[in-house]
Design a protein around this ligand. Structure first.
Ligand code: NAD
Length: 507
Protein backbone atom coordinates (compact mmCIF):
# COMPACT_ATOMS: atom_id res chain seq x y z
CA UNK A 1 0.00 0.00 0.00
CA UNK A 2 2.88 2.38 0.74
CA UNK A 3 3.73 2.53 -2.96
CA UNK A 4 0.41 4.20 -3.75
CA UNK A 5 0.25 7.96 -4.32
CA UNK A 6 -1.59 9.43 -1.33
CA UNK A 7 -2.38 13.10 -0.76
CA UNK A 8 -2.72 13.73 3.00
CA UNK A 9 -5.15 16.16 4.62
CA UNK A 10 -4.63 19.61 3.14
CA UNK A 11 -5.60 21.15 6.46
CA UNK A 12 -7.89 23.69 4.78
CA UNK A 13 -10.44 25.44 7.01
CA UNK A 14 -13.98 24.31 6.15
CA UNK A 15 -16.82 26.85 5.87
CA UNK A 16 -19.74 26.89 8.31
CA UNK A 17 -22.54 24.48 7.25
CA UNK A 18 -24.76 25.78 4.49
CA UNK A 19 -28.52 25.93 5.22
CA UNK A 20 -30.83 24.80 2.41
CA UNK A 21 -34.56 25.36 2.09
CA UNK A 22 -37.13 24.25 -0.48
CA UNK A 23 -37.79 26.58 -3.42
CA UNK A 24 -41.48 26.47 -4.27
CA UNK A 25 -43.46 28.92 -6.41
CA UNK A 26 -40.58 31.40 -6.24
CA UNK A 27 -40.36 31.36 -2.41
CA UNK A 28 -37.84 29.81 -0.01
CA UNK A 29 -39.67 27.63 2.49
CA UNK A 30 -38.96 25.25 5.37
CA UNK A 31 -40.76 21.94 5.80
CA UNK A 32 -44.08 22.10 7.63
CA UNK A 33 -42.58 19.75 10.20
CA UNK A 34 -39.47 21.92 10.63
CA UNK A 35 -37.33 18.77 10.14
CA UNK A 36 -33.83 19.00 8.62
CA UNK A 37 -31.15 16.51 7.59
CA UNK A 38 -27.39 16.98 7.92
CA UNK A 39 -24.77 16.08 5.33
CA UNK A 40 -21.30 15.09 6.51
CA UNK A 41 -18.32 15.65 4.24
CA UNK A 42 -17.26 12.12 3.17
CA UNK A 43 -13.60 13.11 3.40
CA UNK A 44 -13.61 15.32 6.47
CA UNK A 45 -16.42 13.88 8.61
CA UNK A 46 -17.96 17.24 9.59
CA UNK A 47 -21.40 18.67 8.82
CA UNK A 48 -21.22 20.75 5.63
CA UNK A 49 -24.91 21.34 4.93
CA UNK A 50 -28.24 21.22 6.72
CA UNK A 51 -31.31 20.87 4.53
CA UNK A 52 -35.04 21.01 5.04
CA UNK A 53 -36.41 17.45 4.98
CA UNK A 54 -39.45 17.48 2.70
CA UNK A 55 -42.73 15.72 3.27
CA UNK A 56 -45.55 14.83 0.88
CA UNK A 57 -47.04 18.26 1.61
CA UNK A 58 -44.07 20.17 0.14
CA UNK A 59 -43.93 17.84 -2.86
CA UNK A 60 -47.63 18.41 -3.56
CA UNK A 61 -47.34 22.20 -3.19
CA UNK A 62 -44.38 22.24 -5.58
CA UNK A 63 -46.25 20.13 -8.15
CA UNK A 64 -49.23 22.50 -7.90
CA UNK A 65 -46.92 25.50 -8.46
CA UNK A 66 -45.33 23.87 -11.50
CA UNK A 67 -48.77 22.88 -12.85
CA UNK A 68 -50.10 26.45 -12.58
CA UNK A 69 -46.94 27.87 -14.14
CA UNK A 70 -47.23 25.44 -17.04
CA UNK A 71 -50.95 25.83 -17.65
CA UNK A 72 -50.96 29.65 -17.61
CA UNK A 73 -48.24 29.71 -20.26
CA UNK A 74 -45.82 32.03 -18.45
CA UNK A 75 -42.98 29.86 -19.78
CA UNK A 76 -44.52 27.31 -22.15
CA UNK A 77 -45.95 29.99 -24.43
CA UNK A 78 -42.84 32.19 -24.57
CA UNK A 79 -40.96 32.25 -27.86
CA UNK A 80 -37.89 30.05 -28.22
CA UNK A 81 -35.86 33.25 -28.43
CA UNK A 82 -37.15 34.51 -25.07
CA UNK A 83 -36.49 31.13 -23.40
CA UNK A 84 -33.01 30.98 -24.92
CA UNK A 85 -32.16 34.45 -23.59
CA UNK A 86 -32.80 33.33 -20.02
CA UNK A 87 -30.93 30.03 -20.41
CA UNK A 88 -27.92 31.94 -21.74
CA UNK A 89 -28.00 34.27 -18.72
CA UNK A 90 -28.05 31.24 -16.43
CA UNK A 91 -24.98 29.85 -18.25
CA UNK A 92 -23.12 33.12 -17.66
CA UNK A 93 -24.08 33.12 -13.99
CA UNK A 94 -22.93 29.51 -13.54
CA UNK A 95 -19.56 30.44 -15.02
CA UNK A 96 -19.29 33.42 -12.67
CA UNK A 97 -19.92 31.14 -9.67
CA UNK A 98 -17.75 28.11 -10.45
CA UNK A 99 -15.54 28.37 -7.35
CA UNK A 100 -18.44 28.78 -4.90
CA UNK A 101 -20.40 25.89 -6.41
CA UNK A 102 -17.36 23.64 -6.75
CA UNK A 103 -16.40 23.96 -3.09
CA UNK A 104 -19.76 22.79 -1.72
CA UNK A 105 -20.02 20.10 -4.44
CA UNK A 106 -16.68 18.71 -3.25
CA UNK A 107 -17.57 18.96 0.43
CA UNK A 108 -20.86 17.08 -0.05
CA UNK A 109 -19.74 14.47 -2.60
CA UNK A 110 -16.07 13.85 -1.72
CA UNK A 111 -14.91 14.41 -5.31
CA UNK A 112 -11.66 16.32 -6.01
CA UNK A 113 -11.96 20.09 -6.17
CA UNK A 114 -10.46 20.34 -9.66
CA UNK A 115 -13.03 17.83 -10.91
CA UNK A 116 -15.89 19.80 -9.33
CA UNK A 117 -14.59 22.97 -10.97
CA UNK A 118 -14.52 21.18 -14.33
CA UNK A 119 -18.03 19.80 -13.91
CA UNK A 120 -19.58 23.14 -12.90
CA UNK A 121 -17.83 25.05 -15.71
CA UNK A 122 -18.71 22.27 -18.18
CA UNK A 123 -22.35 22.40 -17.10
CA UNK A 124 -22.52 26.04 -18.26
CA UNK A 125 -21.90 24.73 -21.77
CA UNK A 126 -24.85 22.35 -21.46
CA UNK A 127 -27.06 25.35 -20.62
CA UNK A 128 -25.68 27.23 -23.67
CA UNK A 129 -26.31 24.31 -25.98
CA UNK A 130 -29.85 23.87 -24.63
CA UNK A 131 -30.43 27.60 -25.24
CA UNK A 132 -29.55 27.06 -28.91
CA UNK A 133 -31.98 24.12 -29.07
CA UNK A 134 -34.80 26.24 -27.61
CA UNK A 135 -34.99 28.01 -30.98
CA UNK A 136 -35.19 24.75 -32.95
CA UNK A 137 -38.42 23.26 -31.58
CA UNK A 138 -39.99 22.25 -34.86
CA UNK A 139 -42.06 19.43 -36.30
CA UNK A 140 -42.87 18.29 -39.86
CA UNK A 141 -45.08 19.49 -42.67
CA UNK A 142 -46.94 17.15 -45.06
CA UNK A 143 -47.83 18.78 -48.36
CA UNK A 144 -48.42 15.74 -50.57
CA UNK A 145 -51.48 14.23 -48.90
CA UNK A 146 -53.73 15.24 -51.78
CA UNK A 147 -54.82 18.48 -53.39
CA UNK A 148 -57.26 19.39 -50.61
CA UNK A 149 -55.18 18.41 -47.56
CA UNK A 150 -52.34 19.87 -45.58
CA UNK A 151 -51.01 18.47 -42.30
CA UNK A 152 -48.38 19.56 -39.82
CA UNK A 153 -46.88 17.72 -36.90
CA UNK A 154 -46.39 20.11 -33.99
CA UNK A 155 -43.97 19.72 -31.10
CA UNK A 156 -45.28 20.91 -27.74
CA UNK A 157 -43.74 20.82 -24.26
CA UNK A 158 -44.83 17.69 -22.47
CA UNK A 159 -45.88 19.61 -19.33
CA UNK A 160 -44.78 19.29 -15.71
CA UNK A 161 -41.59 17.24 -15.34
CA UNK A 162 -40.28 15.65 -12.13
CA UNK A 163 -36.48 15.58 -12.11
CA UNK A 164 -34.88 13.17 -9.61
CA UNK A 165 -31.07 13.16 -9.43
CA UNK A 166 -28.30 11.13 -7.70
CA UNK A 167 -25.28 12.15 -5.60
CA UNK A 168 -22.41 11.21 -7.88
CA UNK A 169 -22.56 14.13 -10.34
CA UNK A 170 -25.12 16.40 -8.69
CA UNK A 171 -24.80 19.57 -10.76
CA UNK A 172 -23.72 17.94 -14.00
CA UNK A 173 -26.63 15.49 -14.12
CA UNK A 174 -29.10 18.23 -13.20
CA UNK A 175 -27.70 20.20 -16.14
CA UNK A 176 -28.15 17.21 -18.46
CA UNK A 177 -31.87 17.45 -17.76
CA UNK A 178 -33.13 20.84 -16.56
CA UNK A 179 -32.00 23.23 -19.35
CA UNK A 180 -33.29 20.78 -21.97
CA UNK A 181 -36.68 20.55 -20.23
CA UNK A 182 -36.78 24.35 -20.00
CA UNK A 183 -35.74 24.75 -23.64
CA UNK A 184 -38.72 22.57 -24.57
CA UNK A 185 -41.04 24.83 -22.52
CA UNK A 186 -41.71 22.49 -19.58
CA UNK A 187 -41.99 23.43 -15.91
CA UNK A 188 -40.19 21.33 -13.32
CA UNK A 189 -40.09 19.97 -9.80
CA UNK A 190 -36.60 18.81 -8.81
CA UNK A 191 -35.48 16.51 -6.02
CA UNK A 192 -31.70 16.33 -5.67
CA UNK A 193 -30.11 13.48 -3.73
CA UNK A 194 -30.49 13.95 0.01
CA UNK A 195 -26.68 13.67 0.16
CA UNK A 196 -25.83 16.45 -2.29
CA UNK A 197 -28.60 19.04 -2.33
CA UNK A 198 -26.68 22.33 -2.17
CA UNK A 199 -25.71 23.12 -5.77
CA UNK A 200 -29.29 22.44 -6.92
CA UNK A 201 -30.55 24.95 -4.34
CA UNK A 202 -27.84 27.44 -5.28
CA UNK A 203 -28.85 27.15 -8.92
CA UNK A 204 -32.33 28.44 -8.00
CA UNK A 205 -30.72 31.68 -6.80
CA UNK A 206 -29.16 32.03 -10.27
CA UNK A 207 -32.47 31.22 -12.00
CA UNK A 208 -34.12 34.07 -10.10
CA UNK A 209 -31.27 36.41 -11.02
CA UNK A 210 -31.57 35.40 -14.68
CA UNK A 211 -35.28 36.31 -14.68
CA UNK A 212 -36.91 32.87 -14.86
CA UNK A 213 -40.61 33.35 -13.95
CA UNK A 214 -41.55 32.01 -10.52
CA UNK A 215 -43.07 28.53 -10.35
CA UNK A 216 -41.25 27.33 -13.50
CA UNK A 217 -38.57 25.56 -11.45
CA UNK A 218 -39.30 24.25 -7.96
CA UNK A 219 -37.00 22.27 -5.67
CA UNK A 220 -38.13 19.95 -2.90
CA UNK A 221 -35.37 18.59 -0.67
CA UNK A 222 -35.52 15.23 1.04
CA UNK A 223 -35.54 11.50 0.50
CA UNK A 224 -37.00 9.14 -2.08
CA UNK A 225 -39.71 8.33 0.45
CA UNK A 226 -41.91 10.32 0.49
CA UNK A 227 -40.74 13.17 -1.78
CA UNK A 228 -39.52 11.19 -4.80
CA UNK A 229 -42.48 8.84 -4.59
CA UNK A 230 -45.04 11.69 -4.62
CA UNK A 231 -43.19 13.27 -7.57
CA UNK A 232 -43.53 9.95 -9.42
CA UNK A 233 -47.10 9.05 -8.51
CA UNK A 234 -48.86 12.43 -8.66
CA UNK A 235 -51.37 12.82 -11.53
CA UNK A 236 -50.37 16.48 -11.91
CA UNK A 237 -46.95 15.39 -13.24
CA UNK A 238 -46.65 14.50 -16.95
CA UNK A 239 -43.15 13.01 -17.02
CA UNK A 240 -40.45 11.75 -14.67
CA UNK A 241 -36.77 11.91 -15.61
CA UNK A 242 -34.60 9.97 -13.21
CA UNK A 243 -30.91 9.21 -12.87
CA UNK A 244 -29.91 6.70 -10.24
CA UNK A 245 -29.80 3.02 -9.47
CA UNK A 246 -31.49 0.41 -11.62
CA UNK A 247 -33.44 -0.83 -8.57
CA UNK A 248 -35.02 2.58 -7.92
CA UNK A 249 -35.51 3.10 -11.67
CA UNK A 250 -37.67 -0.05 -11.75
CA UNK A 251 -39.70 1.21 -8.77
CA UNK A 252 -40.25 4.53 -10.52
CA UNK A 253 -41.44 2.82 -13.70
CA UNK A 254 -43.93 0.83 -11.65
CA UNK A 255 -45.27 3.82 -9.72
CA UNK A 256 -45.42 6.08 -12.79
CA UNK A 257 -47.24 3.30 -14.64
CA UNK A 258 -50.30 3.85 -12.44
CA UNK A 259 -50.91 7.14 -14.27
CA UNK A 260 -49.10 6.11 -17.48
CA UNK A 261 -46.79 9.12 -17.35
CA UNK A 262 -43.69 9.16 -19.50
CA UNK A 263 -40.50 7.95 -17.77
CA UNK A 264 -36.90 8.59 -18.85
CA UNK A 265 -34.25 6.62 -16.96
CA UNK A 266 -30.46 6.85 -16.76
CA UNK A 267 -29.35 3.89 -14.65
CA UNK A 268 -26.33 1.77 -13.86
CA UNK A 269 -23.68 0.13 -16.02
CA UNK A 270 -20.98 -2.57 -16.10
CA UNK A 271 -19.10 -1.01 -18.96
CA UNK A 272 -16.42 -3.01 -20.78
CA UNK A 273 -13.32 -1.79 -22.59
CA UNK A 274 -11.98 -4.39 -25.04
CA UNK A 275 -8.26 -4.29 -25.78
CA UNK A 276 -6.83 -5.94 -28.89
CA UNK A 277 -3.10 -6.75 -29.24
CA UNK A 278 -2.62 -4.17 -32.02
CA UNK A 279 -3.88 -1.31 -29.84
CA UNK A 280 -1.80 1.64 -28.69
CA UNK A 281 -1.31 -0.01 -25.31
CA UNK A 282 0.05 3.09 -23.54
CA UNK A 283 -3.07 5.07 -24.40
CA UNK A 284 -5.37 2.13 -23.65
CA UNK A 285 -3.81 1.54 -20.22
CA UNK A 286 -4.10 5.23 -19.38
CA UNK A 287 -7.77 5.29 -20.47
CA UNK A 288 -8.57 2.14 -18.49
CA UNK A 289 -6.94 3.67 -15.40
CA UNK A 290 -8.92 6.87 -15.88
CA UNK A 291 -12.11 4.94 -16.65
CA UNK A 292 -12.06 2.91 -13.44
CA UNK A 293 -10.86 5.50 -10.88
CA UNK A 294 -12.60 8.65 -12.12
CA UNK A 295 -15.02 9.77 -9.36
CA UNK A 296 -13.66 6.82 -7.26
CA UNK A 297 -15.49 4.56 -9.69
CA UNK A 298 -18.81 6.01 -8.47
CA UNK A 299 -19.70 6.67 -12.04
CA UNK A 300 -22.40 5.14 -14.24
CA UNK A 301 -19.80 5.19 -17.04
CA UNK A 302 -17.08 3.53 -14.99
CA UNK A 303 -15.15 1.06 -17.15
CA UNK A 304 -15.32 -1.42 -14.33
CA UNK A 305 -14.43 -4.44 -16.47
CA UNK A 306 -11.85 -4.87 -19.18
CA UNK A 307 -11.73 -7.66 -21.71
CA UNK A 308 -8.12 -8.09 -22.84
CA UNK A 309 -6.71 -10.37 -25.53
CA UNK A 310 -4.99 -13.20 -23.70
CA UNK A 311 -1.67 -12.69 -25.56
CA UNK A 312 -1.23 -9.28 -23.96
CA UNK A 313 -3.23 -9.70 -20.75
CA UNK A 314 -0.27 -10.08 -18.39
CA UNK A 315 1.63 -7.13 -19.82
CA UNK A 316 -1.50 -4.96 -19.96
CA UNK A 317 -2.51 -5.66 -16.36
CA UNK A 318 1.06 -4.83 -15.27
CA UNK A 319 0.80 -1.48 -17.09
CA UNK A 320 -2.53 -0.66 -15.44
CA UNK A 321 -1.22 -1.63 -12.00
CA UNK A 322 1.86 0.58 -12.48
CA UNK A 323 -0.32 3.52 -13.56
CA UNK A 324 -2.75 2.89 -10.68
CA UNK A 325 0.06 3.42 -8.20
CA UNK A 326 0.66 6.88 -9.66
CA UNK A 327 -2.96 8.09 -9.40
CA UNK A 328 -3.24 10.62 -6.55
CA UNK A 329 -5.85 9.47 -4.01
CA UNK A 330 -6.59 11.66 -1.01
CA UNK A 331 -7.93 14.96 0.31
CA UNK A 332 -10.43 16.28 -2.25
CA UNK A 333 -9.61 19.86 -1.26
CA UNK A 334 -6.00 19.52 -2.47
CA UNK A 335 -5.71 20.49 -6.14
CA UNK A 336 -3.21 17.65 -6.70
CA UNK A 337 -5.82 15.02 -5.79
CA UNK A 338 -7.31 13.02 -8.67
CA UNK A 339 -9.49 10.61 -6.66
CA UNK A 340 -11.39 11.54 -3.50
CA UNK A 341 -13.55 9.90 -0.86
CA UNK A 342 -16.34 7.28 -0.96
CA UNK A 343 -19.78 8.83 -0.55
CA UNK A 344 -20.81 7.08 2.71
CA UNK A 345 -19.32 4.50 5.11
CA UNK A 346 -22.11 2.10 4.10
CA UNK A 347 -21.12 2.38 0.44
CA UNK A 348 -17.44 1.87 1.32
CA UNK A 349 -18.45 -1.34 3.12
CA UNK A 350 -20.40 -2.50 0.03
CA UNK A 351 -17.35 -1.98 -2.18
CA UNK A 352 -15.17 -3.98 0.19
CA UNK A 353 -17.77 -6.77 0.37
CA UNK A 354 -17.83 -7.01 -3.45
CA UNK A 355 -14.03 -7.38 -3.53
CA UNK A 356 -14.08 -10.03 -0.78
CA UNK A 357 -16.82 -11.93 -2.65
CA UNK A 358 -14.68 -11.91 -5.82
CA UNK A 359 -11.77 -13.40 -3.91
CA UNK A 360 -14.05 -16.01 -2.36
CA UNK A 361 -15.25 -16.88 -5.89
CA UNK A 362 -11.66 -17.56 -6.99
CA UNK A 363 -10.45 -14.24 -8.44
CA UNK A 364 -7.09 -12.73 -7.52
CA UNK A 365 -6.49 -9.21 -6.20
CA UNK A 366 -3.28 -7.91 -7.81
CA UNK A 367 -3.52 -4.41 -6.34
CA UNK A 368 -5.48 -2.84 -3.47
CA UNK A 369 -8.52 -4.62 -2.12
CA UNK A 370 -8.88 -2.71 1.16
CA UNK A 371 -9.76 0.66 2.68
CA UNK A 372 -7.21 3.40 2.21
CA UNK A 373 -5.86 5.35 5.19
CA UNK A 374 -5.28 8.96 4.20
CA UNK A 375 -3.15 10.73 6.83
CA UNK A 376 -5.23 13.32 8.69
CA UNK A 377 -8.53 12.07 7.24
CA UNK A 378 -10.83 9.15 7.99
CA UNK A 379 -11.02 5.72 6.43
CA UNK A 380 -13.76 6.56 3.93
CA UNK A 381 -11.33 6.01 1.07
CA UNK A 382 -10.64 2.84 -0.93
CA UNK A 383 -7.41 1.69 -2.54
CA UNK A 384 -7.14 1.46 -6.32
CA UNK A 385 -8.02 -2.18 -6.89
CA UNK A 386 -7.30 -4.53 -9.79
CA UNK A 387 -8.75 -8.05 -9.85
CA UNK A 388 -7.73 -10.66 -12.41
CA UNK A 389 -8.73 -14.26 -12.99
CA UNK A 390 -12.32 -13.07 -13.29
CA UNK A 391 -14.73 -15.36 -15.12
CA UNK A 392 -18.02 -14.25 -16.71
CA UNK A 393 -20.32 -15.87 -14.15
CA UNK A 394 -18.69 -14.13 -11.15
CA UNK A 395 -20.62 -11.25 -9.57
CA UNK A 396 -17.59 -8.99 -9.96
CA UNK A 397 -17.94 -9.42 -13.74
CA UNK A 398 -21.67 -8.65 -13.79
CA UNK A 399 -22.69 -6.34 -10.92
CA UNK A 400 -22.05 -2.62 -10.63
CA UNK A 401 -19.59 -2.18 -7.72
CA UNK A 402 -19.53 1.64 -7.95
CA UNK A 403 -16.03 1.81 -6.51
CA UNK A 404 -12.38 1.95 -7.71
CA UNK A 405 -12.35 -1.72 -8.64
CA UNK A 406 -11.34 -3.14 -12.01
CA UNK A 407 -12.29 -6.68 -13.09
CA UNK A 408 -10.08 -8.24 -15.78
CA UNK A 409 -11.42 -10.86 -18.21
CA UNK A 410 -9.65 -12.26 -21.28
CA UNK A 411 -10.62 -13.27 -24.83
CA UNK A 412 -9.15 -14.91 -27.93
CA UNK A 413 -11.35 -13.87 -30.89
CA UNK A 414 -13.41 -10.82 -31.88
CA UNK A 415 -16.61 -12.85 -31.59
CA UNK A 416 -15.65 -13.96 -28.12
CA UNK A 417 -14.90 -10.35 -27.10
CA UNK A 418 -18.29 -9.19 -28.41
CA UNK A 419 -20.09 -12.01 -26.62
CA UNK A 420 -18.34 -11.19 -23.33
CA UNK A 421 -19.01 -7.45 -23.71
CA UNK A 422 -22.72 -8.09 -24.31
CA UNK A 423 -23.01 -10.70 -21.57
CA UNK A 424 -24.49 -8.23 -19.06
CA UNK A 425 -27.91 -7.01 -18.02
CA UNK A 426 -26.61 -3.45 -18.52
CA UNK A 427 -25.93 -1.62 -21.79
CA UNK A 428 -24.73 1.89 -21.02
CA UNK A 429 -21.33 2.23 -22.70
CA UNK A 430 -18.51 0.16 -24.18
CA UNK A 431 -15.06 0.81 -25.62
CA UNK A 432 -12.71 -0.85 -28.07
CA UNK A 433 -8.97 -0.39 -28.56
CA UNK A 434 -7.37 -1.42 -31.85
CA UNK A 435 -5.40 0.27 -34.64
CA UNK A 436 -7.56 -1.66 -37.12
CA UNK A 437 -10.64 0.35 -38.14
CA UNK A 438 -12.43 -2.82 -39.24
CA UNK A 439 -12.04 -4.36 -35.80
CA UNK A 440 -13.30 -1.16 -34.14
CA UNK A 441 -16.33 -0.83 -36.41
CA UNK A 442 -17.25 -4.51 -36.20
CA UNK A 443 -17.19 -4.23 -32.41
CA UNK A 444 -19.06 -0.91 -32.38
CA UNK A 445 -21.88 -2.29 -34.53
CA UNK A 446 -22.32 -5.39 -32.40
CA UNK A 447 -21.99 -3.77 -28.96
CA UNK A 448 -25.23 -3.50 -27.00
CA UNK A 449 -24.52 -0.09 -25.52
CA UNK A 450 -25.93 3.42 -25.80
CA UNK A 451 -22.43 4.84 -26.39
CA UNK A 452 -19.41 3.13 -27.95
CA UNK A 453 -15.97 4.73 -27.78
CA UNK A 454 -13.18 3.64 -30.10
CA UNK A 455 -9.61 4.39 -28.97
CA UNK A 456 -10.85 6.75 -26.27
CA UNK A 457 -13.01 6.64 -23.14
CA UNK A 458 -15.70 8.92 -21.74
CA UNK A 459 -15.30 11.81 -24.17
CA UNK A 460 -18.62 13.64 -24.25
CA UNK A 461 -20.13 16.72 -25.84
CA UNK A 462 -23.43 18.58 -25.34
CA UNK A 463 -24.22 17.72 -28.97
CA UNK A 464 -23.77 13.96 -28.53
CA UNK A 465 -26.73 12.21 -26.99
CA UNK A 466 -26.28 9.85 -24.05
CA UNK A 467 -28.31 7.00 -22.57
CA UNK A 468 -28.52 3.30 -22.00
CA UNK A 469 -29.78 0.13 -23.61
CA UNK A 470 -31.12 -2.89 -21.70
CA UNK A 471 -31.28 -2.30 -17.93
CA UNK A 472 -29.13 0.85 -18.16
CA UNK A 473 -32.19 2.91 -18.93
CA UNK A 474 -34.62 4.27 -21.44
CA UNK A 475 -34.76 7.56 -23.30
CA UNK A 476 -31.81 9.82 -24.07
CA UNK A 477 -30.25 12.91 -22.57
CA UNK A 478 -28.37 15.90 -24.01
CA UNK A 479 -27.94 16.44 -27.73
CA UNK A 480 -30.95 17.05 -29.93
CA UNK A 481 -32.57 13.82 -28.73
CA UNK A 482 -32.25 15.05 -25.15
CA UNK A 483 -34.66 17.91 -25.79
CA UNK A 484 -36.99 15.71 -27.85
CA UNK A 485 -37.67 13.65 -24.70
CA UNK A 486 -39.45 16.68 -23.21
CA UNK A 487 -41.63 17.30 -26.29
CA UNK A 488 -45.05 15.90 -27.03
CA UNK A 489 -46.13 15.39 -30.65
CA UNK A 490 -49.45 16.64 -32.02
CA UNK A 491 -50.74 16.08 -35.55
CA UNK A 492 -52.79 18.87 -37.08
CA UNK A 493 -54.73 17.80 -40.19
CA UNK A 494 -56.35 20.54 -42.28
CA UNK A 495 -58.74 20.46 -45.23
CA UNK A 496 -58.29 23.15 -47.80
CA UNK A 497 -61.62 24.29 -49.27
CA UNK A 498 -64.94 22.43 -48.94
CA UNK A 499 -64.21 19.38 -51.09
CA UNK A 500 -64.94 16.56 -48.61
CA UNK A 501 -67.80 14.30 -49.75
CA UNK A 502 -70.44 14.07 -46.94
CA UNK A 503 -70.42 10.80 -44.95
CA UNK A 504 -74.17 10.94 -44.38
CA UNK A 505 -76.20 10.30 -47.53
CA UNK A 506 -78.35 13.13 -48.80
CA UNK A 507 -82.01 12.81 -47.79
P1 NAD B 1 -30.47 6.01 -5.99
O1 NAD B 1 -31.29 5.27 -6.98
O2 NAD B 1 -30.31 5.46 -4.65
O3 NAD B 1 -31.04 7.50 -5.78
C1 NAD B 1 -31.22 8.41 -6.86
C2 NAD B 1 -32.29 9.41 -6.50
O4 NAD B 1 -33.55 8.73 -6.37
C3 NAD B 1 -32.05 10.13 -5.18
O5 NAD B 1 -32.46 11.48 -5.31
C4 NAD B 1 -32.98 9.37 -4.23
O6 NAD B 1 -33.40 10.14 -3.11
C5 NAD B 1 -34.17 9.08 -5.14
N1 NAD B 1 -35.03 7.97 -4.73
C6 NAD B 1 -34.72 6.92 -3.92
N2 NAD B 1 -35.81 6.11 -3.80
C7 NAD B 1 -36.80 6.66 -4.54
C8 NAD B 1 -38.16 6.29 -4.82
N3 NAD B 1 -38.71 5.19 -4.30
N4 NAD B 1 -38.90 7.09 -5.63
C9 NAD B 1 -38.36 8.19 -6.17
N5 NAD B 1 -37.08 8.61 -5.94
C10 NAD B 1 -36.31 7.84 -5.14
O7 NAD B 1 -29.08 6.23 -6.73
P2 NAD B 1 -27.76 6.89 -6.16
O8 NAD B 1 -27.20 5.93 -5.16
O9 NAD B 1 -28.03 8.30 -5.74
O10 NAD B 1 -26.83 6.94 -7.46
C11 NAD B 1 -26.07 5.85 -7.86
C12 NAD B 1 -26.70 5.14 -9.04
O11 NAD B 1 -26.97 6.07 -10.08
C13 NAD B 1 -25.79 4.12 -9.66
O12 NAD B 1 -26.48 2.92 -9.91
C14 NAD B 1 -25.35 4.75 -10.98
O13 NAD B 1 -24.97 3.86 -11.96
C15 NAD B 1 -26.54 5.54 -11.34
N6 NAD B 1 -26.18 6.64 -12.25
C16 NAD B 1 -26.52 6.55 -13.58
C17 NAD B 1 -26.15 7.54 -14.47
C18 NAD B 1 -26.52 7.47 -15.93
O14 NAD B 1 -26.51 8.51 -16.58
N7 NAD B 1 -26.85 6.32 -16.47
C19 NAD B 1 -25.45 8.65 -14.01
C20 NAD B 1 -25.12 8.70 -12.67
C21 NAD B 1 -25.51 7.70 -11.79
Amino acid sequence: MSDLTIIPAAGKALPAPRKNRHFIGGAWVDSQTGDCSDRLSPAHGVVVSQSAKGTAAEAETAIAAARTAFDDGRWSRLSGKARAAILLKVADLIEANVERFALIETLESGKPITQSQGEIAGAADLWRYAAALARTVQGDSHNVLGEDMLAVVLKEPIGVVSIITPWNFPFWILSQKLPFALAAGCTCVIKPSEMTPSTTVMLCELLVEAGLPSGVVNVVLGFGQPVGEVMTAHPGVDMVTFTGSTAVGKLITKTAGETLKKVALELGGKNPQVIFPDADLDSAADAVTFGVYFNVGQCCNSSSRIIVHEDIAEDFVARVVALSRRVAFGDPLDSKTQVGAIVTPEHAARIDAAVKAAVAAGAEVVLGGAALAVPGLGLQFYQPTVIRGVTPEMEIARDEVFGPVLAVLTFRTLDEAIALANDASYGLSAGVWSENIHTCLAFARAAQAGTVWTNTWMDGFPEITFGGMKQSGQGREIGRYGMEEFLEVKSLVMRIGRTRAPWVNSP
